[in-house]
Design a protein around this ligand. Structure first.
Ligand code: PLP
Length: 196
């Protein structure tokens, strides 16, 4: 036990020394005052802060119609779904949302995931596993979730220089025309903010 503990301590120390030890900020958002929030770090009570890096781009999480619908749902069916799809079945609201999303995009169907990370990982790994001998071409600045999906597919991967179409064409021309190919890139690159 003591022997193993040393390895865990060393791993944590490494994170500190490489500047990779993460502490996530402890906050609550203020309804009706987007993008203001309260930060609970420290011991002097909550401190007012502004959040500029939310995914709730349009503040829909605070829209009166959204709040009203959630209140109604809480009183009708309670909180939470009672389990994953595997265990508790599909929640009717989620089915309705999937139908709405499919309609919005003119598709046969839609599938909700718990986060962008999970959807990218699941989609890329599934597609490339199904296509026999698939080769994936990936922009070098793709999000970590896409890289995880590509790795989890087990498919051969070729990385092209960021936004360099000539490099992509060169890699494509070096690949057997008969094998299925999947070209993976972003619409907006989240770290640099540039467009594909
Ligand atoms: C381009 C891109 N892909 C994937 C993700 C991961 O999404 P999530 O934070 O919902 O897991 C993000 C953002 O966080 C992103 O900006």
């Amino acid at each position: 036990m003591f022997f193993h503990q040393r390895h865990f301590d060393a791993a944590i120390d490494r994170l500190h020394s490489e500047g990779r030890y993460r502490v996530f900020i402890d906050i609550l958002r203020n309804k009706g005052a987007y993008p203001n929030a309260r930060c609970f770090a420290g011991h002097n009570g909550p401190k007012p802060i502004t959040v500029w890096c939310s995914n709730d781009y349009l503040a829909m999480g605070q829209h009166p119609k959204v709040i009203e619908a959630m209140e109604e749902a809480l009183h009708d069916v309670g909180a939470g779904s009672g389990g994953t799809r595997n265990i508790g079945g599909n929640t009717h609201y989620h089915i309705q949302l999937e139908e709405e999303l499919a309609d919005l995009h003119g598709k046969e169907g839609a599938l909700l995931f718990t986060s962008g990370y999970v959807s990218n990982d699941a989609t890329l790994s599934t597609l490339a596993k199904i296509l026999p001998g698939c080769v994936i071409f990936s922009d070098e600045l793709n999000h970590a979730s896409m890289i995880a999906g590509i790795r989890n597919s087990g498919a051969e991967k070729k990385v092209w220089r960021h936004n360099d179409l000539e490099h992509l064409e060169q890699l494509l021309s070096e690949t057997d025309p008969e094998v299925p190919k999947l070209i993976a890139f972003e619409s907006v690159y989240s770290m640099d903010g540039d467009v594909a």
